[in-house]
Design a protein around this ligand. Structure first.
Ligand code: O7M
Length: 215
């Protein structure tokens, strides 16, 4: 079954509350700047203590190889994997992968992003990014639920597990994208769960919908 990854873009207090509420329904948690900058990387341990799920660090690392290496070393003391940008070049991505792999942690590459602005700069190179992710034997790519046909193509080109954001608040439709995905893939949902009146109920709703549509 396709996995559900919660994007926990909240401050510490709310994040821990939501993690506790939804823990029975999500398979993984994505932690990014909003949460880490409002707390610290130690938050990853606290989340793990609450829900014992895979935690991926969404730092969209995009620097020269030497700096990427330092960022990866410091970040990957926590969590199960890290998200990187590829437009900075193969050497920069390799620097992260070479830190992550020996630690048995994932390196996941952003290909095309889900927002409208992605059409201008990143969409034109997204296919090449997916091919580079395959060549570097990374652990996954990020591709948009807001453009199902692009999601399909990027998944096909990379032949890697996909993490796909855009369902819910960004207008992506679960019914459309689920057909493209398999049990190695993750649907990332944030606001549609944590901003709802009852995050637990909403996480359960998405989990059950994924289960029903996966058949
Ligand atoms: O469901 P949302 O829209 O509230 O949250 C989506 C999450 O996915 C949020 O954490 C975004 O930062 C992230 N995301 C995108 O929305 N679009 C992208 O193209 C890429 C990401 C992402 O996770 O990149 C790693």
């Amino acid at each position: 079954m396709v996995k559900l990854m919660l994007a926990l873009d909240l401050d510490k207090e709310r994040a821990l509350k939501v993690a506790e509420e939804v823990k029975d329904y999500v398979d993984a948690i994505k932690v990014g700047y909003p949460l880490v900058l409002s707390s610290s990387l130690e938050i990853v341990k606290e989340i793990k203590d609450i829900c014992e799920k895979e935690v991926i660090l969404d730092f969209k690392v995009a620097d020269i190889p030497a700096t990427n290496e330092k960022i990866a070393k410091l970040s990957l003391r926590y969590g199960d994997g890290i998200i990187v940008h590829g437009f900075v070049g193969e050497d920069s991505v390799k620097a992260v992968r070479d830190v992550a792999k020996p630690l048995n942690k994932k390196t996941i590459l952003v290909t095309e992003m889900s927002h409208p602005g992605a059409l201008r700069f990143i969409q034109p190179i997204a296919n090449e990014l997916a091919i580079m992710a395959k060549k570097l034997e990374l652990d996954g790519i990020v591709a948009p639920s807001t453009r199902p046909e692009r999601l399909r193509e990027l998944k096909h080109l990379s032949n890697l597990p996909v993490l796909t954001p855009g369902v819910g608040a960004q207008g992506g439709r679960l019914e459309e994208i689920i057909k493209i995905l398999d049990e190695n893939d993750y649907i990332i949902i944030g606001r549609a769960i944590y901003n709802s009146e009852d995050p637990k109920k909403m996480a359960k709703y998405y989990k059950e919908k994924i289960r029903a549509l996966s058949k």
